[in-house]
Write a protein that binds this ligand. Structure first.
Ligand SMILES: [Zn+2]
Ligand SMILES: [Zn+2]
Ligand SMILES: [Zn+2]
Length: 251
């Protein structure tokens, strides 16, 4: 299984428009972060988690192939803003989007023209498959949804084999922790150093990693307020790494 980080930034991306901070002005490619998303390739199955407003740019350098399924964590714009850019993928037939019912309704309200019966030419051919926290099969891959809390908003993380991806986490309900045992790789969001109402900060993410105890953890959904990639990385223990755009992991 191969994981490719298509983006590792929070909702504003880095650099933030108009910001003059050292992170936004950094020349290090690792300090440039598109909005957070990963592509998972297992055998011949390609699974995308979230479709960001940067989706078009994120896919430009990858081979153009069918995406077997798209898993949506929640309906915030930084996780779904690229749905309309799935247009070219209609060439492969209907594009399956896996989302909870409330997310499905939010998407249908936001881009109704994609879901009308008489759609005009060129509109992405999206089919939403409603999921809950029950495990399901996507081609030959078992997906285990994980309930996580984004402050008061219940959203989804996902486990595939010994890999799990949890974004926009503030807390993980204790009853979900049993689904996160024996992970080789955990990807989890960490917004910045300071606390935030709906996102874990760095210390809270590290506490969660110590609770789940994966072999290796990667931090994503980072704000420019986290600091420079290399400086923050140097302060982390060796099995915790800041993810960066384009990072690939083989599992
Ligand atoms: Zn987000
Ligand atoms: Zn900045
Ligand atoms: Zn969010």
């Amino acid at each position: 299984m191969k994981i490719t980080f298509l983006g590792t930034g929070t909702s504003s991306g880095i650099p933030v428009i108009g910001c003059e901070c050292i992170v936004c002005n950094s020349n290090n490619e690792k300090d440039r972060r598109l909005r957070s998303s990963v592509l998972i390739e297992k055998n011949d199955t390609r699974i995308l988690i979230d479709v960001t407003p940067d989706f078009r740019e994120q896919m430009m350098n990858l081979s153009f192939q069918k995406i077997n399924g798209i898993l949506i964590s929640h309906e915030h714009y930084d996780h779904v803003g690229g749905l309309d850019d799935l247009r070219p993928y209609s060439r492969f037939g209907e594009q399956d989007i896996y989302a909870e019912r409330n997310v499905s309704q939010a998407l249908k309200n936001r881009i109704p023209y994609c879901f009308m019966t008489n759609r005009y030419a060129g509109i992405p051919d999206l089919r939403i498959i409603e999921i809950d926290t029950s495990p399901f099969q996507l081609e030959d891959v078992e997906i285990i949804p994980i309930r996580v809390m984004h402050h008061k908003l219940p959203i989804l993380g996902f486990r595939i084999d010994n890999f799990a991806y949890l974004t926009d986490v503030k807390t993980v309900p204790s009853e979900e922790l049993s689904k996160l045992k024996n992970l080789d790789v955990l990807v989890v969001s960490a917004l910045r150093i300071k606390e935030h109402i709906s996102h874990q900060n760095l210390d809270q993410a590290i506490d969660l990693i110590h609770t789940i105890y994966p072999q290796k953890a990667y931090l994503t959904h980072l704000s420019h307020e986290m600091g420079l990639h290399n400086e923050v990385q140097n302060q982390l223990e060796k099995d915790i790494q800041l993810a960066y755009d384009g990072l690939e992991i083989d599992l």
